[in-house]
Design a protein around this ligand. Structure first.
Ligand code: DP6
Length: 303
């Protein structure tokens, strides 16, 4: 009873921030993301009567992983202990969505190891219970998460975009996004955000449909700034940016290139551009930062 799965992280163009049901990880608003080809988690799950206890690779959140394995064990009616070996292709807990790729890979590997025959929708629902954004790492390419599950809007081949990820800090972040969601509603700007998001979703979907890169980029930046405004005004306030984050934003704006920024719960900057501008965007930063170049990717799958 053993299986291995690989899953991509994803970058949200319209972000998930705040939960109307914390336990079920149901979001207040829909979100839209792109799966990232070069930021992946590979996880092997094995269930065996030889194991006396559950074992999880060092450096990962053992408690949260076991809670998720328990959900799948319950579903399969199995009580065997598990060994979970997992590795990321990128630095963990820096605000790159390691929980998204992690819980997507864990869900697909554990379900297969347990012999559960689940479709994409069910896998997305299950992955969401581990980490909200993980439900978006199950389907392929450009993905929308509405309420309980996520589905693909377009396959990865639809639009040759890049997410040029600048690793500004490799250190573990202070406040996890899980904790951050809890305080979102305390921001006086949260209600306003919820009123704006449906319009932003429509504008982003229209930009995707028309492949209008400028419009897409403008909405991505608008939503990023809005979410960080909420984060910084919630109680207690969360400041994920640092001086280097701001320097990068200034540098890309100064360049005049068609490239747009977005930032999750950490200081690292995702620069979204079209494939034709990839080299010029990378050249702005020379050797200053570690750079991970992502293309749109397939979702989680068995290896
Ligand atoms: C800012 O999915 O990491 O990256 O459900 O608690 O695991 P949990 O939160 P998580 O939150 C991601 C927040 C974000 C925005 C986004 O990816 O949509």
């Amino acid at each position: 009873m053993k299986a291995t799965a690989i899953a991509p992280a994803n970058i949200a163009f319209i972000k998930y921030w705040g939960r109307k049901d914390a336990k079920l990880r149901l979001p207040y608003n829909p979100s839209i993301s792109m799966n990232l080809s070069a930021c992946t988690t590979t996880t092997t799950v094995e269930f065996s009567s030889d194991f006396k206890k559950d074992m999880v690779s060092e450096g990962f959140d053992e408690k949260r992983i076991i809670v998720h394995i328990d959900r799948l064990r319950k579903l399969a009616g199995v009580q065997l202990r598990a060994k979970i070996s997992t590795k990321n292709s990128f630095p963990t807990s820096t605000g790159i969505a390691s929980s998204a790729s992690g819980f997507a890979a864990l869900t697909v590997a554990a379900a297969a190891a347990l012999g559960l025959k689940l479709g994409e929708l069910e896998l997305s629902v299950l992955a969401r219970l581990g980490s909200g954004s993980a439900c978006r790492s199950i389907p392929d390419g450009f993905v929308k998460w509405e309420d309980s599950y996520a589905y693909s809007l377009y396959p990865p081949s639809y639009w040759d975009l890049r997410d040029i990820l600048l690793i500004i800090e490799n250190n573990v972040k202070d406040v996890s996004s899980s904790a951050g969601h809890e305080g979102a509603y305390t921001s006086p700007f949260f209600t306003k955000r919820l009123q704006e998001v449906p319009k932003r979703i429509s504008r982003l979907e229209a930009a995707l449909a028309k492949k209008d890169f400028q419009k897409l980029g403008e909405v991505i930046e608008e939503d990023c700034l809005d979410v960080h405004h909420v984060m910084q005004t919630q109680s207690p306030p969360l400041f994920y940016w640092n001086e280097k984050t701001r320097q990068v934003i200034r540098a890309i704006k100064k360049s005049g290139l068609p490239v747009y920024f977005t930032i999750d719960a950490g200081p690292n900057v995702h620069l979204i551009c079209e494939a034709k501008d990839e080299k010029q965007v990378i050249d702005i930063f020379g050797n200053t930062y570690q750079i991970i170049v992502n293309k749109p990717s397939r979702g989680a799958r068995l290896c």
